[in-house]
Design a binder for this molecule. Structure first.
Ligand code: SAM
Length: 209
């Protein structure tokens, strides 16, 4: 993969997990995940993709809550961590190991379109040049009509990354009105990250038309 100075090469994610150098990890469920579980947005029986799941505890939490979980990541270490929990607790889920943003014919998408995509620090982690490719896949290959993208848009002013900033105006261009029903700006909930210098994430639900 070619990179610019602003980008972190793909292999470094694995190194970060091996070195436990993972400041994006919350160590607990995201408050927005708890809220969406309480509200029944993340409900038993629904299918959910968690792209770039890393070691986030939401993967097992959603499986325990009865969702059909598809968790994807290119880090072997992170995937082994997730699988060990599933094995220990006899949970069921599908694990996709590898790059889910492969170009062209190699593009990954779920076998059957899903109800939900839970994106926790994935969109803000990938190089911005891959955003359109990712969102095209979400829009046309991943989601059922009426499916929901559970967004946690990272707010960040300074250049470079990851994380890369996801301002709402840029997100509105990326997830176009033609395909997505948007909440009002004021309906997004501002949740600061406990590390990452307290950068705010805007939690909101976008619905595929
Ligand atoms: C900032 S971390 C977030 C991890 C997890 N969602 C969390 O919140 O703790 C970004 C994750 O995306 C994964 N990732 C980055 N690019 C990827 C790609 N093209 N395909 C699959 N996973 C990818 C990395 O390995 C890493 O685990």
């Amino acid at each position: 993969m070619s990179t610019t100075d602003d980008e972190r090469p793909a292999f470094e994610w694995e190194t970060r997990f091996r070195d436990n150098d993972t400041p994006w990890e919350r160590g607990d469920l995201h408050p927005a995940a708890r809220m969406w579980m309480d509200q029944g947005v993340l409900a038993a029986g629904k299918s959910v993709v968690i792209p770039g799941c890393g070691r986030c505890p939401e993967v097992a939490a959603f499986a325990r809550a009865g969702l059909k979980v598809i968790a994807a990541d290119l880090s072997d270490t992170a995937m082994a961590w997730q699988k060990s929990i599933f094995l220990k607790e006899k949970l069921s889920g599908e694990f996709i190991e590898g790059d889910i943003l492969r170009p062209g014919d190699q593009r990954w998408y779920p076998e059957d379109p899903v109800d939900l995509v839970y994106d926790q620090t994935f969109l803000c982690a990938i190089p911005p040049r891959l955003r359109e490719h990712y969102v095209y896949g979400l829009t046309h290959c991943w989601m059922k009509p009426g499916g929901q993208y559970l967004a946690l848009f990272m707010q960040k002013e300074e250049r470079g990354g990851p994380p890369y900033g996801c301002p709402l105006d840029a997100m509105r261009e990326l997830f176009s009105d033609r395909f997505w029903i948007w909440p009002e700006d004021e309906d997004f909930i501002d949740i600061p990250h406990p590390s990452l210098n307290g950068k705010p994430e805007l939690a909101g639900v976008l619905t595929r038309r």
